[in-house]
Design a protein around this ligand. Sequence first.
Ligand code: NAD
Ligand code: MG
Length: 393
Amino acid sequence: MRRVSIFGATGSIGRNTVDLIARNPGAYDVVAVTGGRNIALLAEQARALRADIAVTCHDDCLEPLRDALAGSGVAVAAGRAALIEAARRPADWVMSAIVGADGLAPGLAALETGATLALANKESLVTAGPLLMQTARDHGATVLPVDSEHSAVFQALVGEDIAAVERVIITASGGAFRDWPLDRLARATVAQASTHPNWDMGQRITIDSASMFNKALEVIETKEYFGIAPDRIEVLVHPQSLVHALVGFRDGALMAHLGAHDMRHAIGYALNWPERADLPVARLDLAKIGQLEFRAPDPQRYPALELAYRVMELGGLAGAALIAAKDCALDAFIDGRIGFLQMADVVSRVIDRFSGNNGPISAGIDLDTLARADHLASCYAHEAIARSVEEQA
Ligand code: NAD
Ligand code: MG
């Protein structure tokens, strides 16, 4: 039986992973499941999957978790150190579906055991791509992409020589404002930014989709995971979101990956890799769909995209600064302190300060340095937000 662990089991990716694993009860020996404050769901998952241990990242949730799992035989633990310890438990396959930069440390710990890491947590590649990939190489571990675009690129590259790749194109739905007149964007409200034209996701990722900060992270993810040069990575707006990515080869061929909007495809591909297995995802009826549209992203509408290319050029701690600043700017937009377009301004100012004369951009990357960079970028972001608020007044 394959030993599997699921980090971030209670989230959107985590629940889809649990769904696939629960469909094949005899095939998996579940080691660890982790979550946050949704203790009822975490306990239910741990019982259903007969996990060895359930871990919540919040210390104050330990007692409720212990109560919920009393008599089940599932061990319980809480806190960041416990998450890392759970990631050190031997497993063959580990899903990294924690959201945010906190996904990095458990991911590294799992790689150090030589496990295959199914990586949904794009933030860990953006903040510390070289460290993550080097850790995998040092320990003979494998990282498999779970973001739908990157799973698509990975699948298009099976059997190909990466040296024959001319370009990689990842698609973007264009988000809530893809058809809005540009002059209305500055006044877009939180409610408007939180409505996705194609699917229902959490509020933060839906706003990141409208601003294309999510796509900006995915561009960097493409560079870090596949080692593709930034000038060979393109973004294409594709409102139907059925083509997830395309790989262009030196002979002019373009290999496209299509599939329904269902993260269980990318998760299931990583779970069954290198084989393919039946997956409970809808099959596309292209005759019914009829048309697929594509357009170039407008840099004025999506200023976040340009930031991704700046971050890749800078390297070092620029990715960590991007993640921290983006989260602060997003909080400020959600709280009504800054406007929709000011999110990119705030992040841009933080990157400027990081890369300026005394900026820490090129410091070596380890967990301590990253924690300091995260703190510094958050401080810079709060200053930039305060300035934006003053400028508006
Ligand atoms: P989510 O918010 O639905 O779930 C996040 C999970 O992480 C939950 O289990 C939560 O309890 C846990 N968590 C939150 N903060 C934590 C912390 N500080 N420490 C430990 N655990 C913590 O998020 P999601 O949509 O499932 O996304 C997870 C990751 O996958 C993100 O990096 C996201 O960018 C990526 N991703 C998501 C999708 C999607 O369709 N939802 C698609 C591609 C990639
Ligand atoms: Mg994606």
